[in-house]
Design a protein around this ligand. Structure first.
Ligand code: NDP
Length: 335
Protein backbone atom coordinates (compact mmCIF):
# COMPACT_ATOMS: atom_id res chain seq x y z
CA UNK A 1 0.00 0.00 0.00
CA UNK A 2 1.16 3.51 -0.78
CA UNK A 3 2.23 5.29 2.36
CA UNK A 4 2.83 8.90 1.44
CA UNK A 5 2.08 10.88 4.55
CA UNK A 6 5.08 12.62 6.03
CA UNK A 7 5.04 13.72 9.65
CA UNK A 8 5.58 17.44 10.18
CA UNK A 9 8.52 18.36 12.40
CA UNK A 10 8.95 21.72 14.14
CA UNK A 11 12.53 22.53 15.17
CA UNK A 12 12.84 24.47 18.43
CA UNK A 13 16.03 26.60 18.58
CA UNK A 14 17.66 27.46 15.28
CA UNK A 15 21.31 27.24 16.26
CA UNK A 16 24.25 25.30 14.87
CA UNK A 17 22.73 21.83 14.91
CA UNK A 18 19.32 22.83 13.53
CA UNK A 19 20.75 25.05 10.83
CA UNK A 20 23.67 22.97 9.60
CA UNK A 21 22.56 19.40 10.19
CA UNK A 22 18.84 18.91 10.91
CA UNK A 23 17.30 21.28 8.35
CA UNK A 24 19.48 20.00 5.48
CA UNK A 25 18.75 16.39 6.54
CA UNK A 26 15.02 17.14 6.49
CA UNK A 27 15.36 17.87 2.76
CA UNK A 28 16.13 14.19 2.18
CA UNK A 29 13.86 12.38 4.63
CA UNK A 30 11.14 9.98 3.45
CA UNK A 31 8.81 9.93 6.47
CA UNK A 32 9.03 13.46 7.84
CA UNK A 33 9.47 17.03 6.68
CA UNK A 34 10.43 20.42 8.06
CA UNK A 35 7.00 21.91 8.75
CA UNK A 36 7.60 24.57 11.39
CA UNK A 37 10.10 26.50 13.48
CA UNK A 38 10.27 27.92 16.99
CA UNK A 39 12.83 30.67 17.48
CA UNK A 40 13.60 33.66 19.68
CA UNK A 41 15.34 35.45 16.82
CA UNK A 42 12.95 37.16 14.34
CA UNK A 43 15.65 37.51 11.65
CA UNK A 44 16.10 33.73 11.63
CA UNK A 45 12.34 33.27 11.25
CA UNK A 46 12.35 35.39 8.07
CA UNK A 47 15.37 33.62 6.66
CA UNK A 48 14.01 30.12 7.33
CA UNK A 49 10.49 30.92 6.02
CA UNK A 50 12.01 32.01 2.71
CA UNK A 51 14.61 29.28 2.45
CA UNK A 52 12.38 26.35 3.39
CA UNK A 53 9.01 27.66 2.29
CA UNK A 54 7.56 27.62 5.81
CA UNK A 55 4.20 29.41 6.19
CA UNK A 56 3.97 32.17 8.79
CA UNK A 57 1.28 30.17 10.61
CA UNK A 58 3.92 27.52 11.41
CA UNK A 59 6.39 29.93 12.98
CA UNK A 60 6.45 30.38 16.76
CA UNK A 61 8.52 32.08 19.41
CA UNK A 62 9.20 30.86 22.95
CA UNK A 63 6.22 32.75 24.37
CA UNK A 64 3.49 31.78 21.91
CA UNK A 65 4.88 28.26 21.39
CA UNK A 66 1.99 26.60 23.27
CA UNK A 67 -0.38 27.58 20.45
CA UNK A 68 1.31 24.84 18.42
CA UNK A 69 -1.36 22.63 20.05
CA UNK A 70 -3.83 23.94 17.47
CA UNK A 71 -1.58 23.30 14.45
CA UNK A 72 -2.32 20.03 12.63
CA UNK A 73 0.77 20.49 10.39
CA UNK A 74 3.03 19.74 13.35
CA UNK A 75 3.24 16.13 14.56
CA UNK A 76 6.66 16.20 16.23
CA UNK A 77 8.40 18.95 18.19
CA UNK A 78 12.20 18.58 18.06
CA UNK A 79 13.90 20.42 20.95
CA UNK A 80 17.39 21.63 19.91
CA UNK A 81 17.99 24.17 22.69
CA UNK A 82 20.80 24.53 25.26
CA UNK A 83 20.65 21.63 27.73
CA UNK A 84 19.09 23.60 30.61
CA UNK A 85 16.08 24.48 28.42
CA UNK A 86 15.23 20.93 27.31
CA UNK A 87 12.86 20.08 30.16
CA UNK A 88 10.61 23.12 29.85
CA UNK A 89 10.13 22.73 26.12
CA UNK A 90 9.65 18.97 26.14
CA UNK A 91 6.98 19.33 28.82
CA UNK A 92 5.24 22.17 26.94
CA UNK A 93 5.39 20.18 23.67
CA UNK A 94 3.80 17.15 25.33
CA UNK A 95 1.13 19.35 26.90
CA UNK A 96 0.45 20.70 23.41
CA UNK A 97 -0.25 17.12 22.33
CA UNK A 98 2.84 16.57 20.19
CA UNK A 99 5.37 13.74 20.02
CA UNK A 100 8.79 14.98 21.04
CA UNK A 101 12.38 14.45 20.01
CA UNK A 102 14.86 16.04 22.42
CA UNK A 103 18.56 16.52 21.90
CA UNK A 104 21.19 14.91 24.13
CA UNK A 105 21.78 15.05 27.01
CA UNK A 106 18.04 14.60 27.65
CA UNK A 107 18.38 16.90 30.68
CA UNK A 108 20.83 17.85 33.40
CA UNK A 109 19.25 15.90 36.29
CA UNK A 110 17.34 12.66 36.66
CA UNK A 111 14.43 14.53 38.23
CA UNK A 112 14.09 16.62 35.07
CA UNK A 113 14.15 13.45 32.96
CA UNK A 114 11.29 12.08 35.06
CA UNK A 115 9.27 15.26 34.51
CA UNK A 116 9.73 14.92 30.76
CA UNK A 117 8.95 11.20 30.66
CA UNK A 118 5.86 11.69 32.83
CA UNK A 119 4.57 14.64 30.78
CA UNK A 120 4.83 12.60 27.57
CA UNK A 121 3.22 9.55 29.18
CA UNK A 122 0.36 11.64 30.51
CA UNK A 123 -0.23 13.16 27.08
CA UNK A 124 0.02 9.71 25.49
CA UNK A 125 2.85 10.97 23.26
CA UNK A 126 6.23 9.40 22.59
CA UNK A 127 9.57 10.87 23.65
CA UNK A 128 12.75 10.15 21.68
CA UNK A 129 16.31 11.32 22.35
CA UNK A 130 18.40 12.65 19.46
CA UNK A 131 20.57 9.51 19.55
CA UNK A 132 21.27 9.52 15.80
CA UNK A 133 23.94 6.80 16.06
CA UNK A 134 21.33 4.16 16.88
CA UNK A 135 20.22 4.41 13.24
CA UNK A 136 23.78 4.50 11.85
CA UNK A 137 25.08 1.29 10.19
CA UNK A 138 28.70 1.28 11.50
CA UNK A 139 27.35 1.80 15.02
CA UNK A 140 24.73 -0.92 14.54
CA UNK A 141 27.53 -3.23 13.41
CA UNK A 142 29.65 -2.71 16.55
CA UNK A 143 26.53 -3.20 18.66
CA UNK A 144 26.12 -6.57 16.91
CA UNK A 145 29.81 -7.52 17.21
CA UNK A 146 29.82 -6.79 20.94
CA UNK A 147 26.37 -7.86 22.04
CA UNK A 148 26.39 -11.09 19.99
CA UNK A 149 29.96 -11.86 21.10
CA UNK A 150 31.15 -12.32 17.52
CA UNK A 151 34.77 -12.13 18.75
CA UNK A 152 33.89 -13.82 22.05
CA UNK A 153 33.16 -11.98 25.28
CA UNK A 154 34.13 -8.31 25.41
CA UNK A 155 36.91 -7.96 27.97
CA UNK A 156 37.71 -4.27 27.93
CA UNK A 157 36.69 -1.14 26.08
CA UNK A 158 38.26 2.20 25.37
CA UNK A 159 35.55 4.72 24.54
CA UNK A 160 36.50 8.38 24.35
CA UNK A 161 35.16 11.54 22.77
CA UNK A 162 36.62 15.02 22.97
CA UNK A 163 37.48 18.07 20.90
CA UNK A 164 39.09 21.48 21.29
CA UNK A 165 36.31 23.98 21.94
CA UNK A 166 36.33 27.45 20.39
CA UNK A 167 34.46 30.50 21.72
CA UNK A 168 34.73 30.40 25.55
CA UNK A 169 31.64 32.62 25.93
CA UNK A 170 29.21 30.03 24.52
CA UNK A 171 26.55 28.31 26.67
CA UNK A 172 28.54 25.02 26.59
CA UNK A 173 31.05 26.68 28.95
CA UNK A 174 28.35 27.85 31.41
CA UNK A 175 27.54 25.34 34.09
CA UNK A 176 23.96 26.50 34.57
CA UNK A 177 23.10 26.08 30.89
CA UNK A 178 25.17 23.03 30.02
CA UNK A 179 25.07 21.13 33.32
CA UNK A 180 28.82 20.57 33.08
CA UNK A 181 31.57 20.50 30.51
CA UNK A 182 32.66 17.99 27.88
CA UNK A 183 31.15 15.09 29.83
CA UNK A 184 27.62 16.47 29.28
CA UNK A 185 28.29 17.38 25.66
CA UNK A 186 30.35 14.56 24.11
CA UNK A 187 31.35 12.32 27.03
CA UNK A 188 27.77 11.07 26.82
CA UNK A 189 28.71 9.40 23.52
CA UNK A 190 31.56 7.57 25.23
CA UNK A 191 29.11 6.40 27.91
CA UNK A 192 26.69 5.25 25.23
CA UNK A 193 29.49 3.47 23.33
CA UNK A 194 30.54 1.37 26.32
CA UNK A 195 26.89 0.52 27.00
CA UNK A 196 25.93 -0.43 23.45
CA UNK A 197 29.02 -2.50 22.76
CA UNK A 198 28.54 -4.58 25.93
CA UNK A 199 24.74 -4.42 25.94
CA UNK A 200 25.15 -4.20 29.73
CA UNK A 201 24.54 -1.59 32.42
CA UNK A 202 27.60 -0.56 34.46
CA UNK A 203 27.63 -1.63 38.12
CA UNK A 204 30.22 0.84 39.42
CA UNK A 205 32.23 3.86 38.37
CA UNK A 206 35.45 5.63 39.35
CA UNK A 207 36.43 8.97 37.79
CA UNK A 208 39.06 11.70 37.79
CA UNK A 209 39.20 15.35 36.72
CA UNK A 210 42.37 16.51 34.97
CA UNK A 211 44.20 19.54 36.30
CA UNK A 212 43.10 22.61 34.31
CA UNK A 213 45.83 23.51 31.81
CA UNK A 214 43.83 26.60 30.72
CA UNK A 215 42.15 27.78 33.94
CA UNK A 216 41.21 31.16 32.46
CA UNK A 217 39.14 29.42 29.80
CA UNK A 218 37.58 26.72 31.99
CA UNK A 219 36.15 28.79 34.84
CA UNK A 220 32.89 26.90 35.34
CA UNK A 221 33.24 23.46 33.80
CA UNK A 222 35.78 20.64 33.67
CA UNK A 223 38.42 20.74 30.95
CA UNK A 224 39.20 17.02 30.68
CA UNK A 225 38.09 14.00 32.70
CA UNK A 226 38.39 10.22 32.67
CA UNK A 227 36.23 7.47 34.14
CA UNK A 228 36.06 3.72 34.40
CA UNK A 229 32.97 1.50 34.42
CA UNK A 230 32.76 -2.10 35.59
CA UNK A 231 30.12 -4.25 33.91
CA UNK A 232 28.36 -7.35 35.30
CA UNK A 233 30.17 -9.68 32.85
CA UNK A 234 33.52 -8.53 34.23
CA UNK A 235 34.23 -6.25 31.27
CA UNK A 236 35.58 -2.84 32.09
CA UNK A 237 35.71 0.40 30.15
CA UNK A 238 38.06 3.37 30.23
CA UNK A 239 36.94 6.72 28.86
CA UNK A 240 38.22 10.25 28.47
CA UNK A 241 36.33 13.34 27.43
CA UNK A 242 37.82 16.75 26.79
CA UNK A 243 37.20 20.30 25.59
CA UNK A 244 40.92 20.96 25.21
CA UNK A 245 42.16 18.24 22.84
CA UNK A 246 40.56 15.79 20.45
CA UNK A 247 39.81 12.09 20.65
CA UNK A 248 37.08 10.02 19.00
CA UNK A 249 37.46 6.31 19.40
CA UNK A 250 35.49 3.23 20.44
CA UNK A 251 37.69 0.13 20.79
CA UNK A 252 36.64 -3.26 22.15
CA UNK A 253 39.08 -6.03 22.97
CA UNK A 254 37.53 -9.49 23.13
CA UNK A 255 38.55 -13.08 23.84
CA UNK A 256 39.18 -13.84 20.17
CA UNK A 257 39.93 -10.49 18.56
CA UNK A 258 39.04 -6.82 18.60
CA UNK A 259 37.01 -4.19 16.77
CA UNK A 260 37.01 -0.43 16.69
CA UNK A 261 35.41 2.66 15.23
CA UNK A 262 37.44 5.82 14.75
CA UNK A 263 35.93 8.25 14.14
CA UNK A 264 33.15 6.72 16.21
CA UNK A 265 30.70 9.45 17.24
CA UNK A 266 30.76 12.41 14.83
CA UNK A 267 28.48 13.08 11.89
CA UNK A 268 30.34 10.69 9.67
CA UNK A 269 31.39 9.00 7.66
CA UNK A 270 32.43 6.73 10.51
CA UNK A 271 35.24 4.30 9.91
CA UNK A 272 35.97 0.94 11.48
CA UNK A 273 38.02 -2.21 11.44
CA UNK A 274 38.26 -5.50 13.25
CA UNK A 275 41.08 -7.98 13.85
CA UNK A 276 39.80 -9.62 10.65
CA UNK A 277 39.76 -6.53 8.42
CA UNK A 278 37.86 -3.36 7.59
CA UNK A 279 34.21 -2.85 8.57
CA UNK A 280 32.28 -2.11 5.36
CA UNK A 281 28.90 -0.49 5.80
CA UNK A 282 26.76 1.95 3.85
CA UNK A 283 27.37 5.61 4.65
CA UNK A 284 24.14 7.38 5.62
CA UNK A 285 23.11 10.85 6.71
CA UNK A 286 22.87 10.34 10.49
CA UNK A 287 20.21 12.97 11.09
CA UNK A 288 17.99 11.85 8.20
CA UNK A 289 18.26 8.20 9.26
CA UNK A 290 17.37 9.10 12.84
CA UNK A 291 14.40 11.34 12.07
CA UNK A 292 13.11 8.88 9.45
CA UNK A 293 13.51 5.97 11.84
CA UNK A 294 11.59 7.74 14.60
CA UNK A 295 8.91 8.99 12.17
CA UNK A 296 8.36 5.57 10.56
CA UNK A 297 7.79 4.02 13.99
CA UNK A 298 5.29 6.76 14.88
CA UNK A 299 3.49 6.42 11.53
CA UNK A 300 3.26 2.68 12.13
CA UNK A 301 1.71 3.40 15.52
CA UNK A 302 4.40 1.40 17.31
CA UNK A 303 6.37 2.15 20.47
CA UNK A 304 9.87 3.50 19.87
CA UNK A 305 12.71 1.05 20.47
CA UNK A 306 13.74 1.26 24.12
CA UNK A 307 17.28 2.39 23.34
CA UNK A 308 16.24 5.78 21.95
CA UNK A 309 13.47 6.62 24.43
CA UNK A 310 13.35 9.10 27.29
CA UNK A 311 14.06 6.18 29.66
CA UNK A 312 17.33 5.57 27.82
CA UNK A 313 18.16 9.27 27.96
CA UNK A 314 17.57 9.14 31.71
CA UNK A 315 19.90 6.14 32.15
CA UNK A 316 22.71 8.17 30.61
CA UNK A 317 21.95 11.31 32.65
CA UNK A 318 22.07 9.16 35.80
CA UNK A 319 25.49 7.81 34.76
CA UNK A 320 26.82 11.30 33.93
CA UNK A 321 25.81 12.44 37.42
CA UNK A 322 27.47 9.36 38.96
CA UNK A 323 30.68 10.09 37.03
CA UNK A 324 30.76 13.63 38.43
CA UNK A 325 30.10 12.30 41.95
CA UNK A 326 32.90 9.74 41.60
CA UNK A 327 35.36 12.40 40.41
CA UNK A 328 34.35 14.87 43.15
CA UNK A 329 34.59 12.33 45.98
CA UNK A 330 37.44 10.17 44.70
CA UNK A 331 35.28 7.19 45.65
CA UNK A 332 33.97 4.21 43.75
CA UNK A 333 30.27 4.84 43.17
CA UNK A 334 28.10 1.72 43.06
CA UNK A 335 25.31 2.02 40.54
P1 NDP B 1 23.60 26.55 19.55
O1 NDP B 1 24.10 27.43 20.62
O2 NDP B 1 24.26 26.63 18.22
O3 NDP B 1 22.03 26.82 19.30
C1 NDP B 1 21.11 26.86 20.36
C2 NDP B 1 19.92 27.72 19.95
O4 NDP B 1 19.00 27.74 21.03
C3 NDP B 1 20.25 29.19 19.70
O5 NDP B 1 20.71 29.44 18.39
C4 NDP B 1 18.92 29.85 19.95
O6 NDP B 1 18.08 29.70 18.81
C5 NDP B 1 18.31 28.98 21.05
N1 NDP B 1 18.41 29.61 22.37
C6 NDP B 1 17.36 30.01 23.10
N2 NDP B 1 17.77 30.56 24.24
C7 NDP B 1 19.11 30.52 24.24
C8 NDP B 1 20.10 30.97 25.17
N3 NDP B 1 19.77 31.54 26.33
N4 NDP B 1 21.39 30.77 24.84
C9 NDP B 1 21.74 30.18 23.69
N5 NDP B 1 20.84 29.74 22.78
C10 NDP B 1 19.53 29.92 23.05
O7 NDP B 1 23.63 25.06 20.12
P2 NDP B 1 23.66 23.68 19.29
O8 NDP B 1 22.75 23.75 18.14
O9 NDP B 1 25.07 23.31 19.04
O10 NDP B 1 23.10 22.66 20.41
C11 NDP B 1 21.73 22.61 20.76
C12 NDP B 1 21.42 21.24 21.39
O11 NDP B 1 21.68 20.22 20.44
C13 NDP B 1 22.24 20.89 22.61
O12 NDP B 1 21.47 20.19 23.55
C14 NDP B 1 23.33 20.00 22.08
O13 NDP B 1 23.83 19.08 23.05
C15 NDP B 1 22.60 19.28 20.96
N6 NDP B 1 23.49 18.86 19.87
C16 NDP B 1 23.43 17.56 19.44
C17 NDP B 1 24.22 17.10 18.43
C18 NDP B 1 24.09 15.69 17.96
O14 NDP B 1 24.94 15.25 17.19
N7 NDP B 1 23.07 14.96 18.35
C19 NDP B 1 25.20 17.99 17.80
C20 NDP B 1 25.16 19.36 18.26
C21 NDP B 1 24.34 19.75 19.29
P3 NDP B 1 17.08 30.87 18.33
O15 NDP B 1 17.97 32.03 17.97
O16 NDP B 1 16.41 30.25 17.17
O17 NDP B 1 16.17 31.17 19.46
Amino acid sequence: PLQTRKLGIALVGLGYYSKNLLAPALQQTQHCRLAGIVTGTPAKADEWMAKYNIPKANVYDYKNFDRIADNPDIDIVYVVLPNSMHTEFVVRAAQAGKHVICEKPLAITEAECDQMINACRKANKQLAVGYRLHYEPFTQEVMRLGQQKVFGAVKFIESSDGFRIGDPSQWRMKKAMAGGGPLMDVGIYAVQGARYVTGEEPISVTAQFSAKTEPQKFKEVEETMSWQFRFPSGAMSNSTTSYTAGVERLYASCEKGWFELSPAFGYGPLKGRTSKGPIEMPVVNHQAAHMDGVSKTLLDGKPLPDHITGEEGKRDVRLLQAIYRAAETGRTINL
